[in-house]
Design a protein around this ligand. Structure first.
Ligand code: ADP
Length: 283
């Protein structure tokens, strides 16, 4: 990795973050599909897989959709795509001369995922990094999203090559970092935080998933993974906690039935309000 005079490095430089450096004429940002117009692009990231990144992406998408915004979800978690299943979508995407047409949920959230392109939903995606990243880029350049107020991107997990390429190729307006209480011990959240900082992308806040379980008899909140350190990390990094979600069997069951849109909890209500306040539908 070579450093230039502006202090950025070849692998992290984007035109936006590095105006004036020697890379500034070679933006790596991809062009959005010509029939699409997207006001706000929000990435949902996590330092590792399995913490509920797709879960949080879907929940925020539904809450923004309920506020009346036109919402899409780009499932960039190519090797672990779970968005279509959560919304009970198992149809295949179609295409026309304009590009690839996203599928619609019951309430008209637009979805694009590699699962909508595979012959069989359970086929493993055994592609190397550049192909994975290339597919995500195609979801940006070739999908006919049309007019959206919010596109939520379920980012590839971790801080490796694929998420890095996505960060460099799609102009994100902000990111939400999802963690579980366990992550904080191993500083995985800090890695996601540092990556976003390096790429100059505004961090909207943290969401802690699987924070606790509620005893069905007495209602007591039990911190299954021990005491959370998120507040300390939030203070240290100057980033707000947008919300906390418990392990909720009712939500897990909605996921399994493909009826996630029907949830009625308000764990991320404040988070959606904050996003609305920050961006509204304007740009
Ligand atoms: P990631 O996208 O980070 O890999 P997912 O969002 O796919 O993780 O979540 C992993 C699994 O855990 C999914 O089956 C999901 O439905 C379930 N899950 C995630 N968060 C919760 C929660 N708060 N309550 C119940 N089940 C959850």
């Amino acid at each position: 990795m070579s450093e230039n005079t502006k202090g950025c490095s070849d692998s992290t430089c984007t035109k936006e973050s590095c105006e004036g450096c020697e890379h500034s004429n070679e933006s790596m940002m991809e062009q959005l599909n010509q029939y699409s117009s997207i006001k706000n692009v929000i990435g949902v990231v996590s330092g590792k897989g399995g913490v509920g990144k797709s879960f949080v992406t879907a929940m925020l998408a539904v809450l923004l959709n309920r506020k009346g915004y036109r919402v899409g979800i780009l499932d960039a978690d190519i090797t672990g795509p779970s968005i279509p299943r959560m919304f009970g979508i198992n149809r295949k995407a179609s295409a026309n001369e304009m590009g690839i047409i996203p599928e619609l949920t019951v309430n008209n959230i637009k979805i694009m995922s590699v699962n909508l392109l595979l012959d069989k939903e359970d086929s493993p995606v055994v592609w190397r990094g550049p192909i994975l990243a290339g597919t995500v880029k195609q979801f940006w350049t070739e999908v006919v999203w049309e007019e959206l107020d919010y596109l939520l991107i379920d980012m590839p997990p971790g801080t490796g090559d694929v998420p890095l390429t996505v960060f460099q190729s799609i102009p994100l307006d902000g990111i939400v970092i999802v963690s579980s209480p366990q992550d904080l011990v191993s500083l995985i959240v800090k890695k996601a935080y540092n990556m976003a900082k390096l790429m100059n992308i505004p961090i909207l806040g943290y969401v802690e998933n699987m924070s606790y379980v509620k005893c069905p008899d007495c209602g007591k909140e039990i911190p299954l993974f021990g005491k959370s350190g998120l507040d300390e990390i939030a203070k240290e990094t100057g980033v707000d906690v947008l919300g906390r979600i418990p392990i909720d069997p009712a939500l897990a069951s909605l996921v399994d039935q493909g009826e996630f849109e029907r949830f009625s909890c308000d764990y991320l209500k404040d988070a959606a309000d904050r996003i609305e306040k920050m961006y509204g539908s304007a740009k």
